[in-house]
Every structure is written in C-alpha cells, then in structure tokens.
Ligand binder design. Sequence first.
Ligand SMILES: Cc1cc2nc3c(=O)[nH]c(=O)nc-3n(C[C@H](O)[C@H](O)[C@H](O)COP(=O)(O)O)c2cc1C
Length: 208
Amino acid sequence: MDFYEVVNSRRTIRDFENVTIEDEIIEKIIAAGLQAPSNDHVRDWHFIVIKDKNIIFKLIDIIPRGISEDKMVALLHDWNLNDPIQQACYRDAVPKQHRMLADASCIVVPLFKQKTDLLHPDNLTHLNGFASIWCCIENMFLSATAEHYACTLRIPLGEEEAWTKQVLQYPEGWCMPCVIAIGKPRSDASMVKQKEYSLKERIHWNQW
Ligand SMILES: Cc1cc2nc3c(=O)[nH]c(=O)nc-3n(C[C@H](O)[C@H](O)[C@H](O)COP(=O)(O)O)c2cc1C
C-alpha cells in the first residue's frame, strides 16, 4: 500500500474476527513502532505481546462488560461530550471495551520508562517519554493497516494499570500508556464517523 493509502485507511476497529495472527506480522508491526522518533535517542521501549486467551481474559477481567443507558447519559454529560458525532463515537465505543480486547488476535502492551511523576510533571520535558511512545504507537497502527490488520486501544482507567502490572509482572519504573488490540475487522465491523474539517481553516500561514 502507498503511504497515503495507509494513512487514509487506518481506522479504529472494535469488532474483530476471532482469528489468529502470525508472530512474524506482530514482529513487523513492533519493528515499525521502534522506528519512531524518541526524545532521548535510545528507543527504550518494551512490548508485552499476549496471544494466550487465558491471560487476555485475566487481564481484561477488570474492564466493564457494557454500560447501562443511564450510565452512558451520565458519562456523556460528565465528560462534556456535546458534539453529536463525538457522542455517536462514545455510544459505539464504550460498550465494546471488553469485547474488542477479548476478540482481538493479540494484545500488545507497550512500555516506556518514566523517571518523574507522569501525572505531575514540572515541565514539558518530563512528558517526553510519554510523547515518544505515542509516536511509536501510531507507527504500529499504520504498520498494522499496511498488513491488512486493524487496531484499537484502551487507556487504563482506575486500577487497570496496577492490575496490568500485576498480571504481566513488568518491572518497576516502566509505564504503560495504553493497551493495544490488533485483529482482523469483522465483515460487519462499525467505523464511527470521522469529524470533518476544513484544511484551509486549520492551517495558519505565518501567523494565526
Ligand atoms: C489518546 C487516545 C486515547 C484513546 N482512548 C480510547 C479508549 O480508551 N478506548 C477506545 O475504544 N478508543 C480509544 N481511542 C480511539 C479513538 O476513539 C479513535 O481514534 C477516534 O474515535 C477516531 O477514530 P479513528 O481512529 O477511526 O479515526 C483513543 C485514541 C487516542 C489517540
């Protein structure tokens, strides 16, 4: 696939076929991630790849399996999600959080080193490691797209990060930005509507 075809066809997929993925493809996707720019030039990232469904089910046991209409309405209100396209996205995504990870062909947990308190940085450079791993994650998503797979991700909420650390036994000092799911889209997989934009309005030449 041409680069722009990959960029334009990458979409978040949350409805996966329950199929296996070859280790070689996972390695290619992670190798693409490792090509991303890193703030300290050392690409000090590790990846825990999980294909064993027993471990996946243990890992995601903490994630809610759906949401009631009352709770969904409260969530949209509490998180100030007012845009109808945004609301449609959350209505599609939130109930699928557990199932998308359960049905994926593999789960990848990327890990980066964080020396300072990530949630209370003194300055922007304290967030460089976090920023770098997200460059890595996007490379992985694009690579998966080029390999005719699709991805989704989940940001850990509440106790999920501590639980993941306990289940996967990764050492102190390492942080997970998210959990990535890679899989083959189901034939009826939904893709939420993307927000439209005007390029001309978004680009400010020389000055805002
Ligand atoms: C920082 C970040 C956090 C996200 N968190 C979640 C999440 O917790 N669960 C989920 O299903 N999708 C999550 N997503 C995926 C977005 O919902 C998705 O990228 C967005 O709706 C745009 O759709 P597209 O990727 O198909 O263009 C996240 C994406 C980003 C970049």
